[in-house]
Design a protein around this ligand. Sequence first.
Ligand code: SF4
Length: 148
Amino acid sequence: MSYLSWFDDQADRHKALMKKLLAQGLDQEEIIAYFDFENMVKMEPDFCPLYTEKNSDGTTGRKCHDMKQLNCYLCACPNFRFRDAGFEERDGKRVYSYCSIDSKEGRQGVYGDAIHQDCSGCTVPHHVSYIKKHYDEDWREVMKEVVQ
Ligand code: SF4
């Protein structure tokens, strides 16, 4: 799957869910609370493939990041930058994505002849405080800089 097809698919999922929640009259605070990982696993199992994965303790729903209160409203991250055709060559490898704020928790991963941003160690967009700061009902508006 290309970055862009994932991005468009996620935008559609987010839009459909927001339409439902807004129709129910939820306000911003309630919407962000709804996107809490535990609630999403229970209420929206089709929203993310990780929600239906089993954990070693028998529970269902695997977190993409090991944090106590994980919120899924801003999956992906507004600071992520990608270009499916790649940005540049670096040491004979093509760079397809990077972090615009160069988060110390992220890193550039090398996969064969490709370099991709690896966000597996970064929790920035999953904190409620960050989501409140960058909140917009329109996911594409928040993510407008991501596609280059
Ligand atoms: S490293 Fe962190 S801040 Fe940077 S794009 Fe990835 S999740 Fe976002």
